[in-house]
Write a protein that binds this ligand. Structure first.
Ligand SMILES: [Zn+2]
Ligand SMILES: [Zn+2]
Length: 234
């Protein structure tokens, strides 16, 4: 794999060239087979929060953190570990307006979910941005990713009835112990979620507190079960 110059590359119509090494590709692909092999796939991960390597080799046993303080969501699925080059792809989607990368990332997430034997979900809820951040960025990357997952899995998306009512500091800029507090009560969700099995979609899960706060709200709105689907787990 050569150095990534994502800024210079724009996803055009298929067939194009590999996003990561510029090799020529067949239609339907954005990343070549060789580069695909180098993507940071998940290894052992906690079934509940997708933290990796915490309790290696014990399948289906939640990590220590989840056992101590079980999250509101029932499980977490992450297509990748948050590492190169996936971190760059996400960063470019999120901060450099590279909206077309949602096709790549959403595609991988959907592909990964299809390999699992999880019970079906009824509706996808992308983690909402606060209106002030949405105004600044112009789009919600989680919704853009969710569109491709929804299409591939034939699921509806509901992005209207879950809102972020508090503008919060980015979780990554806060010390660990303040992250939970930062997002607590940050969301408002509607009763339209009552009796549904919900899949929250986000680009990255770091501490899990954001997903947890949204899951808490959805359960209070009557959701039957909430799980989390992310492109990458830090
Ligand atoms: Zn390549
Ligand atoms: Zn865990």
């Amino acid at each position: 794999m050569v150095n990534i110059r994502l800024k210079d590359i724009h996803l055009g119509p298929w067939p194009g060239s590999c996003l990561l090494c510029a090799a020529r590709l067949n239609a339907g692909k954005d990343i070549c087979a060789a580069c695909e092999l180098s993507l940071p796939r998940p290894e052992w991960a906690c079934p509940r929060c997708a933290a990796h390597g915490a309790v290696a080799e014990v399948q289906d046993v939640a990590c220590g953190e989840c056992q101590k303080q079980p999250p509101a969501y029932s499980l977490t699925r992450a297509a990748f570990r948050y590492a190169a080059p996936v971190d760059k792809l996400i960063h470019n989607l999120k901060y450099h307006g590279r909206l077309e990368l949602s096709r790549v990332l959403g595609g991988y997430l959907a592909e990964y979910l299809k390999t699992l034997n999880d019970p079906v979900a009824d509706v996808i809820v992308p983690v909402p941005l606060h209106s002030s951040r949405l105004r600044d960025r112009g789009y919600n990357q989680s919704l853009e990713i969710a569109r491709f997952v929804a299409k591939a899995l034939h699921l509806p998306i509901n992005w209207k009835d879950a809102q972020r009512i508090r503008a919060t500091a980015p979780q990554t800029e806060l010390p660990r112990d303040l992250r939970r507090k930062n997002v607590r009560g940050a969301f408002r969700t509607d009763e339209t979620f009552a009796n549904l099995r919900i899949a929250i979609i986000d680009d990255v899960m770091t501490s899990g507190h954001t997903a947890n706060a949204l899951a808490e709200s959805l359960l209070q709105s009557g959701a039957l079960e909430v799980r989390v689907w992310v492109v990458a787990r830090a």
